[in-house]
Design a protein. Structure first.
Length: 749
């Protein structure tokens, strides 16, 4: 059965507030109430489990976290925290298995940092998991952490040798030597294995993983198979980049064509002469010779050579036409794309240049580097989307970055690394982060610095992480992802106010760059840390409104109203709720939410003693929801408070009729008793309560009410009504009946 969504939201917000204050028992109570409203809500279960974990109620925490994991299987956070609970309970084997599952889940989400962290936790709890050490070795290799990768391969060799699997041990050491061919420990280990000797556990060093391996640990799995895939280093390329490789190919193709066709006339002679001049770097003469041969030798290899020579001679406009005709030739396509990107960049056509260079990078990855096509297409699709909103100033820097990537003999590896960096930025920082990453100076060095910062944060080496971040900021002061990491370090160190200020600075910088999505995302993160900060929430509201994202604004207005009430700013609370009300009417069909907002506004008006406004609001609520008990009850109080007894009684009778139809006798009694206490001089209230007591056989209480009713009637000069009341009272047999009879005779005379 569905619960109350408003109550659920209130309980969750109250739980978040309590958790922020580290009042874990209160947080547990609020989250528990939210779970009762919606038992299958994974978010509520997760937060309840986390609160129980912080309160050290481990068995209950484990139960809730495992339930949350079942409800939201795609989110690894519940399983990760459940593993922590198991670890704290001393159930290390189960904890390790769960950490392994969590790592695989993060790997599926392409979050390699978190995958590594969880593999490390598993390895520290149950040393000897060879498949885990293998994955760690390959993961470290992927992020270019050579020292850690090497050590993990040596750990693998140790365990394989201990279990008499000499072949695998040798293969693991050989993998380590591919990382560092001169590593003395690996070389000695390989010699020992080939001589039938034993291995020792590789020592820790300054950059090694933080866990300790116990030599006596039993072997727990033997499923590891050494993969050759990560062994394949990308071959070095021509130092001139793809252009150079295509030029070499074009020279071979053109020479073969001339010789095979027996072209010994002037055209053939010009072509052969042009090729020789090209090899001698005599560009002007080579261009002239190619142009003489071109009318009778319409070959793509000639156009490739001519186009590149014109580009090198700083004649980019002429080169574009020839290079464009080469794109359909597979052997020359990559170089032609490279050259077209360079030519358009020189012509100031930055958008065109970016398009050609991105195609060049993508083609290199799929055709030359043999990277997984689906992955390459996904990353470069995200890159294209990111570049669509970049202006020419940013594109100039980005195109220069692409051209630097495509130069030097290591360019095939750099293209591969660039894709991995782009993948990382798209997942963590979105399109704006990609533009920042590519447009900042020193992009390659910056990427490595960010990797080091992330690694230090994972290892909780916050001083080193902050030092690295400061150095990166000195090199690229406007690269905002580094500033975001600085804020994260401040949070982890407990410096919340400094972190919030840093996050605000980053958000404002994104706003200046018109990257409103990133700014909104960061402000949302800040609000999770400081939910009572009205300035930040107001900034976020203004930002969302600028973007026309009004439906997203409404929850923030509601939260702002609640915060203002907590801070005693009643006027601010009413203004925020009024804005939420307007947005709800405009963008939402949720009548229940609209009613809930109206109730909050009316309550504020009651607090401010603005009874007329409150009355109008409660009447609007009844138009939307005619059976709203709370609104009817408040209207009764408002009318009695204004001396409008007739209207109050009318509203009361409507409420009592509703209770009667629903057979809520207890509610009728409770309401009348409460109203009589509040308004003891109201004849209509006493009369109704007395009648109810008589009907339910509560004679002594009925006598009390009739006695008070009679006095009120006599004071009001309602003698005949008082006579009727006293007669009813006498029929109930009061102990002092004679006194009532004597009074009755006097009244009748």
């Amino acid at each position: 059965m569905a619960g109350n969504r408003d109550a659920y939201t209130d309980y969750m917000n109250a739980g978040h507030d309590a958790a922020w204050e580290q009042n874990w028992e209160a947080a547990i109570d609020h989250y528990g109430r939210a779970v009762k409203e919606f038992e299958n809500d994974g978010d509520a279960r997760l937060h309840l489990g986390l609160a129980l974990l912080r309160a050290d109620r481990l068995n209950e925490a484990l139960r809730e976290l495992e339930r949350a994991q079942q409800l939201v299987p795609d989110d690894p956070s519940a399983a990760e925290n459940a593993a922590e609970v198991l670890e704290r309970m001393g159930r290390n084997r189960e904890a390790a298995q769960k950490y392994v599952h969590v790592a695989e889940a993060y790997l599926a989400l392409r979050d390699i940092d978190k995958a590594i962290f969880n593999w490390e936790r598993a390895a520290s709890l149950t040393p000897g998991l060879t498949s885990v050490h293998a994955k760690l070795a390959q993961a470290y290799e992927r992020i270019n952490d050579r020292k850690r990768s090497l050590r993990q391969f040596l750990i693998l060799a140790y365990y394989f040798r201990r279990d008499n699997d000499n072949e695998r041990a040798i293969r693991a050491v050989e993998r380590a030597l591919k990382i560092d061919p001169r590593n003395s420990f690996a070389l000695n280990g390989l010699n020992a294995l080939r001589a039938g000797g034993e291995l020792v556990m590789p020592p820790e060093d300054a950059d090694a993983a933080p866990h300790t391996i116990r030599h006596s640990a039993p072997r727990l799995d033997a499923d590891f198979e050494m993969s050759d895939e990560s062994d394949k280093a990308l071959s070095e390329g021509d130092p001139r980049g793809p252009i150079g490789e295509s030029l070499n190919q074009a020279l071979s193709m053109l020479a073969a064509h001339v010789l095979e066709t027996g072209m010994l006339d002037a055209t053939g002679a010009d072509a052969l002469k042009a090729m020789e001049l090209q090899r001698q770097d005599a560009r002007a003469e080579a261009i002239d010779a190619y142009l003489r041969a071109l009318p009778n030798l319409n070959h793509p290899a000639l156009k490739m050579n001519l186009g590149v020579l014109l580009l090198q001679a700083d004649r980019p406009q002429e080169s574009v036409g020839y290079l464009g005709e080469v794109l359909s030739v597979p052997q020359l396509r990559i170089g032609a794309l490279h050259a077209l990107g360079m030519a358009n960049a020189r012509l100031g056509k930055q958008q065109h240049a970016a398009r050609f260079l991105v195609q060049c990078l993508q083609t290199i990855e799929t055709e030359r580097n043999k990277a997984p096509r689906a992955e390459v297409e996904r990353v470069y699709r995200g890159l294209v989307d990111a570049l669509e909103e970049a202006n020419d100033e940013i594109l100039v820097a980005i195109n220069q970055r692409f051209l630097r990537t495509l130069s030097g003999k290591e360019w095939p590896q750099r293209v591969n690394d660039l894709r991995q960096h782009l993948d990382e930025m798209l997942r963590t920082s979105g399109a704006g982060g990609v533009r920042d990453f590519l447009g900042s100076g020193g992009g390659d060095e910056l990427a490595e610095a960010v990797q080091r910062i992330d690694r230090y944060i994972r290892e909780e080496r916050f001083l080193l992480a902050m030092d690295e971040a400061h150095q990166a900021v000195e090199e690229a002061p406007y690269y905002l992802p580094v500033h975001v990491r600085m804020a994260e370090i401040m949070v982890r160190e407990g410096r919340l106010r400094q972190a919030i200020n840093k996050y605000q600075m980053v958000a404002q910088s994104y706003m200046v760059r018109d990257d409103f999505d990133r700014a909104a995302s960061i402000l949302n993160e800040v609000l999770e840390m400081a939910p009572l900060d009205t300035t930040i929430r107001t900034e976020l509201i203004n930002l969302l409104e600028q973007q026309g994202r009004q439906p997203e604004v409404m929850p923030h207005y509601l939260h702002l109203g609640k915060t203002y009430r907590q801070l005693g700013n009643i006027d601010g609370a009413r203004e925020a709720l009024t804005m939420a009300h307007a947005l709800c009417k405009r963008f939402s069909d949720d009548a229940e939410q609209l009613v809930a907002i109206k109730h909050q506004i009316a309550e504020i008006d009651m607090t401010r003693f603005d009874l007329r406004r409150a009355q109008r609001t409660y009447e609007e609520i009844l138009e939307l929801r005619p059976h709203d008990e709370r609104a009817r009850r408040q209207l009764i109080d408002i009318h009695f408070g204004q001396g409008n007894s007739n209207e109050a009684v009318k509203r009361l009778d409507e409420l009592l009729s509703q209770y009667a139809r629903e057979k809520q006798v207890g509610a009728i009694v409770k309401t009348l008793e409460e109203l009589v206490r509040l308004y003891p001089d109201e004849i209509a209230l006493r009369s109704r309560l007395a009648g109810l007591y008589r009907q339910t056989g509560r004679n002594s209480e009925a006598i009390t009410q009739l006695d008070a009713l009679g006095e009120l009637q006599l004071k009001a000069g309602l003698t005949q009504e008082a006579v009727v009341t006293i007669k009813q009272l006498v029929k109930l047999g009061p102990t002092n009946a004679n006194q009532y009879l004597q009074l009755l005779r006097q009244l009748e005379r």
